[in-house]
Design a protein around this ligand. Structure first.
Ligand SMILES: [Zn+2]
Length: 215
């Protein structure tokens, strides 16, 4: 459902894709910019709406009712704007449209919280996002003024729930995989601390530890 925001698949096509996924016990993440496409996908039983830059409250309420996850993507907007020289095939108009989507996306995120939509964390995984995924935390807090704890939860426990893996990952609890990162600084006080990961444990095994011993 392309950059213009209009619904680019018919309701029947969306129902076929999301319905088959559901029948097979699989998830369906639908990239939808505006309400029409998102609504069709929610009604078709998709798992999550990616982007959703221009969702109206009616669609958000429907998502809350149906338990559809919302994944606003700020990094993709910023990456194209900040690195436009690397994307010569993207027109000035398209860049301007991305710029204009930042404030509305922040507004949707705020309304989604107020309407109790389950919100997860993602970057759209394009435009050089890999390796810079942590920036999404910062954009969510700075662009949308999301409480940092909500951002952290959306990337951990709520993300695990959306994957159907809450019994394995996403929280610190007995019996779960010990997947942990530690940052230099408290991200609840300064969200940019997520840029400074000093400790990584995956499945109980330490992969990185540059913490200074405490005196
Ligand atoms: Zn997308």
């Amino acid at each position: 459902m392309g950059a213009g925001g209009a619904q680019s698949m018919s309701d029947e096509q969306i129902q076929a894709a999301c319905g088959e996924a559901k029948a097979l016990g699989l998830r369906a993440a639908v990239h939808a910019i505006s309400s029409a496409g998102a609504k069709a996908a929610v009604l078709a039983g998709c798992t999550s709406i990616e982007h959703g830059d221009f969702l109206d409250n009616e669609t958000l309420k429907l998502m809350a009712d149906r338990g559809t996850y919302f994944d606003p993507n700020f990094l993709v907007l910023h990456n194209y704007i900040d690195n436009r020289a690397s994307f010569p095939n993207i027109s000035g108009d398209a860049i301007a449209a991305l710029q204009k989507a930042i404030d509305p996306t922040a507004d949707v995120l705020k309304r989604a919280h107020a309407l109790h939509v389950k919100i997860v964390f993602g970057t759209d995984a394009v435009a050089g996002a890999h390796g810079r995924n942590a920036e999404e935390f910062i954009y969510r807090v700075r662009d949308a003024h999301e409480p940092p704890m909500e951002t952290l939860k959306s990337a951990t426990s709520i993300a695990a729930q959306s994957l159907g893996m809450s019994d394995q990952i996403g929280a610190i609890a007995p019996g779960l995989e010990a997947d942990l990162v530690a940052t230099d600084g408290n991200p609840l006080d300064d969200i940019s601390s997520v840029r400074h990961v000093v400790f990584v444990m995956k499945g109980g095994k330490v992969f990185k530890n540059t913490t200074a011993p405490r005196k």
